[in-house]
Design a protein around this ligand. Structure first.
Ligand code: FES
Length: 112
C-alpha cells in the first residue's frame, strides 16, 4: 500500500487508488472540501513536498488555469488519487478556516 505523509500530522498506509482528499480526511489532515470534491472551490488545495502526481484531470487543469496564478502553486486533493508514496501539506486546514464544517464528503471516485 502506498504511504501518505501528511506534513505535521504523520505517515499512513493508504489503500491504492483512494481519493487524496478522503485519505487526508480519514487520517486527521483536516482538508476543506467545500464543493464536495468537484474541482470548483479549490479549498482542498495541497502542496506536494514529494510525489506530486504527473496526471492532472481536465477539471483540475481548467480550474487552476482559470484561477489566476494557481497553476504550479498548489494541487486540488479532490482531483488526485493516492497510487504511490506522497508527502503533502494541507494548505487550508478546517480548524484554521472559520467554517462550521469542512463541506460535504467527496465521493469515493474522482468527480466531476
Ligand atoms: S475543489 Fe472543492 S473540494 Fe476540491
Amino acid at each position: 500500500m502506498p504511504k501518505l505523509k501528511i506534513e505535521g500530522i504523520g505517515e499512513f498506509e493508504v489503500i491504492a487508488g483512494t481519493r487524496l482528499v478522503n485519505a487526508l480526511e480519514d487520517n486527521g489532515g483536516e482538508p476543506l472540501h467545500r464543493c464536495g470534491g468537484n474541482a470548483r472551490c479549490t479549498t482542498c488545495r495541497v502542496e506536494f513536498l514529494e510525489g506530486e502526481p504527473e496526471h492532472m484531470t481536465e477539471a483540475e487543469k481548467t480550474k487552476l488555469e482559470d484561477k489566476k496564478d494557481s497553476l504550479g502553486q498548489f494541487r486540488l486533493s479532490c482531483q488526485c488519487t493516492v497510487d504511490h508514496d506522497m508527502h503533502v501539506k494541507v494548505l487550508m486546514p478546517f480548524s484554521e478556516s472559520g467554517f462550521d464544517d469542512p463541506g460535504p464528503r467527496p465521493a469515493d471516485h474522482v468527480t466531476p
